[in-house]
Design a protein around this ligand. Structure first.
Ligand code: EPU
Length: 420
């Protein structure tokens, strides 16, 4: 297993180009199942979850080609409607093939994802929504088996706001017979990006970007050429890294408008951020101020930035509260940050962070994707060397993170496999 060795204390300066959004690319890749025509994508990030999705689609008979952020997909010869446990267990987002498969082929068999490091994460809303559209669903031997001659439009009100749930039901509804209304839909920009692709494929969707999606089903969809939106969480992670380590960095190919909540909190912490249409400049020379954070659905502060912001609060001047409202167990980074000298205590869904003057390098372990990113940020600040184990979590969702950080002056080294 690869590790990252980081020697902290370097100021960061230069430019970083942000990659395409993981959480937009994954549903968009799965949307290729909805048509027999080719789908071409640009700005697809080069990361493990994308490779896993391409493997999953490949096993189903989709022809996939990937090079330099471009993907060509051809789902004209799909002959296997199964998402096996071996792939689903490594990537929960595999559930995103369920909606498109039932919609186009009338059946699907997808392994149940099970729990994960950050919480139980059930998929009951995906299932309930498909049932409302007339799918017959059996859960047996760890698989969700869904069947429907043709899905029928329905009015669906999800019990909570769910990002991949909204995406799955949207992809099902575009080929259903009649009108579907999804109430309480997720408004995350990644849902909007998927909807933009679907519209290009010929889908009829109103209310994109709102919590009420109205879809008129069509008989068939055609191919499309789409560019994936920039990754707001990757961008936010680099903003926090510069805020914590100090420095002056320009981020290229970003969309500052979809990062408002994070930018506001960083400004409150004393960070200087300038923004243009597709760039941001982050500048920080002082110790950050502690800032309270509460995660919530878009457009509020994203849960996917909570761990990274906690690393910043850990070294900030003052005390802060970080409240996690989306996932019940997303504080796995806390004990590792504390190994680096942070002073964080947890009470239910709230972390109380007492900012400390310095962190000191140590061996730590990554437990999930964003927890890994938070340890990287802490490592950039800590005195001496921080060795982060299990960085396969980081590789799932960040495109060449260590190369991007090294380019702005960080001392980050990957230690391959058993050599560590
Ligand atoms: N939930 C249910 N039942 C469902 C669906 C969700 O109880 O059927 C609950 C979840 O357990 C959770 C809450 O609803 O407590 C919200 O979960 P959601 O379904 O929105 O999460 P997701 O779709 O599984 C996506 C992202 C996550 C991100 C969350 C929240 C993708 C591929 N994943 O997950 O990204 O944290 O939305 O914004 O889009 C990450 O990138 O590190 C990551 C975990």
């Amino acid at each position: 297993m690869d590790k990252l060795a980081i020697v902290g204390g370097r100021r960061l300066a230069g430019e970083i180009t942000v990659s395409g959004a993981k959480n937009a690319a994954l549903p968009i890749l799965c949307a290729s199942l909805l048509t027999a025509d080719p789908v071409d994508l640009d700005n697809v990030p080069n990361l493990q979850d994308v490779r896993t999705t391409l493997k999953l689609l490949g096993q189903m008979g989709v022809r996939t080609e990937y090079a330099d952020g471009r993907v060509h997909l051809d789902a004209s010869n799909v002959d296997n409607l199964v998402a096996p446990y071996e792939l689903v267990k490594t990537m929960r987002a595999s559930i995103l093939v369920l909606g498109p498969l039932v919609a186009r082929f009338g059946e699907a068999k997808v392994s149940l994802p099970g729990g994960c490091a950050i919480g139980a994460r059930p998929v009951d809303q995906h299932i309930k929504g498909l049932q409302a559209m007339g799918a017959e669903i059996n859960i047996e031997h760890g698989f969700i088996e869904a069947r429907a001659k043709r899905l029928k439009g329905a009015r669906i009100i999800t019990d909570m706001i769910t990002v991949t749930g909204t995406e799955n039901l949207l992809m099902a509804a575009v080929l259903a017979d009649g009108e579907t209304v999804i109430e309480n839909a997720a408004r995350e920009p990644e849902v909007g990006d998927l909807a933009a692709l679907l519209v290009q494929m010929g889908a009829k969707i109103e209310g994109i970007g709102t919590d009420r999606l109205v879809i008129q089903g069509v008989e068939r969809l055609s191919g499309a050429h789409h560019k994936v939106i920039p990754d707001r969480i990757e961008a936010g992670t680099f903003l926090c890294a510069v805020a914590a380590a100090g420095g002056d960095v320009v981020l290229r190919r970003v969309r500052p408008q979809i990062l408002d909540a994070v930018i506001d909190k960083l400004r409150e912490a004393g960070v200087s951020i300038e923004e243009g249409d597709d760039w941001m400049r982050v500048h920080m020379e002082a110790r950050p101020r502690a800032v309270n954070v509460r995660t919530s659905e878009y457009p509020a502060f994203p849960t996917d930035m909570q761990a990274q912001f906690m690393a910043l609060n850990a070294i900030a001047d003052g005390t802060s509260q970080v409240v996690e409202t989306i996932f019940e167990n997303r504080f796995m980074h806390v004990q590792e940050l504390n190994r680096l000298g942070a002073n964080v205590t947890i009470d239910g869904n709230t972390a109380l962070v007492n900012g400390v003057g310095k962190l000191s390098g140590a061996k730590v372990m990554a437990t999930d994707l964003r927890a890994s990113a938070s340890l990287v940020i802490a490592g950039l600040v800590a005195e001496g060397e921080t060795l982060i184990d299990r960085i396969y979590h980081l590789d799932r969702g960040y495109d060449r993170m260590e190369a991007k950080l090294t380019a702005v002056g960080a001392d980050v080294r990957r230690i391959k496999g058993s050599a560590a």
